[in-house]
Design a protein around this ligand. Structure first.
Ligand code: PMP
Length: 401
């Protein structure tokens, strides 16, 4: 008998499986709209010119590879927090934030979950929107949290089920944790309006919920980093001591570099010092300290006016390409003869689009047209370009008519 005899195969990752199917397909027209990373118009990975420049500058500075402290690159953390909360934000001015570097958004969620597991005195239950990013449940389950859901998506309107959302949140037991996608909800691309957020922040306050924001797409959604942070800032202005997971994967295209931060807001400076010390202790036990190359790139860009404005231009370029690909898809659906209402495609924001395709239609479009997407009907708009949009639209029309 061997030691690992009893170990069973873990369930495959749904998104990874989509790409596997696409790779094996021999059809020259095949389309992969399953991946969650930005691609240029011709389907290639994109390195932001501003990021390339920053890398060159860092290389030429011949920096050493010394360890950093557990909470990471301090200048990077400061600049990242300013990007999220706004430079003049009260919480930053009054030193009420603990911001530590994390292994991107995923690591930020995990650190936040670990901190909550150790110190949160409320319920170890976290409420997610239904549906949510598939990994949320894993991350919080790993820290002993039970995951539950509040209503979010309305299949009928392919929009937000605001009434259901409000109702469910109003019934969440006091002192539980609730998670929101700060902007560009994944997988639906549907966000509450500012007026709806205002109601939500009020209800969360009343229920004494601890609000955890996952902000993986700041600036990537609209092209404007201020606008995309509006929901987070609204909650902060309302006095919520939020936890924030921040990622630079999408908005700087730094996916594999794993750059992000976790922020915990506190009510006074004395608390800040203690919370920071505990966060550092958690990081020490997990991986001692984070990597340094990625945060150097971000700090070089955010901390210098010219690189920063070049980055904002690159960012706007990506956001605009996504927005115009959405429009092109709708135009081509009409051209293909579809009389269905596809307005949701242009109403949604960010990289992901819930098409409304049913699981059966997804199966059909993959099998008969070599178009690969997840079974929930989500497409990554980053996979849509001028060369494949007509083919994609035609196939979507064929399986939905
Ligand atoms: N949250 C959401 C909602 C996401 O879509 C993603 C990336 N797919 C992440 C977090 C994590 O990304 P990363 O760890 O690369 O920052």
């Amino acid at each position: 008998e061997s030691i690992w005899d009893h170990v069973e195969l873990a369930p495959p990752d749904a998104i990874f499986g989509v790409t596997e199917g696409w790779k094996k397909d021999k059809n020259s027209k095949k389309v992969n709209v399953g991946v969650g990373a930005y691609r240029d118009d011709s389907g290639k990975p994109y390195i932001l010119p501003s990021v390339r420049k920053a890398e060159e500058k860092i290389f030429n500075q011949k920096m050493n590879h010394a360890y950093v402290l557990q909470d990471g690159h301090h200048e990077f953390c400061k600049l990242a927090a300013e990007l999220a909360f706004g430079k003049d934000s009260c919480v930053l001015q009054n030193n009420l934030n603990v911001t530590a570097q994390s292994v991107s958004g995923t690591g930020a969620l995990r650190l936040g979950a670990a901190f909550l597991a150790k110190f949160f005195q409320g319920n170890k239950v976290i409420y997610f929107p239904k549906p949510t990013w598939g990994n949320h449940k894993n991350i919080f389950a790993a820290e002993g949290f039970e995951g539950k859901f509040y209503r979010y998506y309305d299949a009928e309107t392919i929009g937000l089920n605001f009434r259901g959302m409000r109702e469910d949140i109003s019934k969440i037991p006091e002192k539980s944790v609730i998670l929101f996608h700060a902007v560009a909800h994944n997988p639906t691309g549907i966000d509450p309006t500012m007026d709806e957020w205002k109601e939500i922040t009020y209800i969360c306050k009343k229920r004494k919920l601890l609000v955890f924001f996952d902000m993986a797409y700041q600036g990537f959604a609209s092209g404007d980093t201020e606008k995309d942070a509006a929901a987070v800032r609204l909650f902060v202005d309302d006095g919520h001591e939020i936890i924030l997971a921040q990622s630079f994967s999408k908005n700087m295209g730094l996916y594999g570099q794993r750059v992000g931060t976790v922020t915990i807001l506190t009510s006074c400076e004395e608390e800040q010092e203690k919370v920071l010390s505990q966060m550092k202790a958690i990081i020490l036990g997990m991986y001692m300290c984070p990597p340094i190359h990625g945060p150097r790139i971000v700090a070089e860009i955010l901390g210098n006016p010219i690189p920063r404005s070049e980055w904002l231009k690159d960012l706007k370029g990506m956001a605009d390409r996504i927005i115009s690909a959405r429009k092109a898809l709708v135009d081509n659906l009409k051209k293909a003869g579809s009389t269905k209402n596809w307005d949701h495609i242009t109403k949604q924001i960010g990289m992901f689009c819930y098409t409304g395709l049913t699981p059966d239609q997804v199966k059909k479009i993959s099998k008969e047209h070599s178009i690969y997407l997840t079974a929930d009907g989500r497409i990554s708009v980053a996979g849509v370009g001028t060369k494949n949009v007509e083919y994609l639209a035609h196939a979507m029309h064929t399986v939905t008519k």
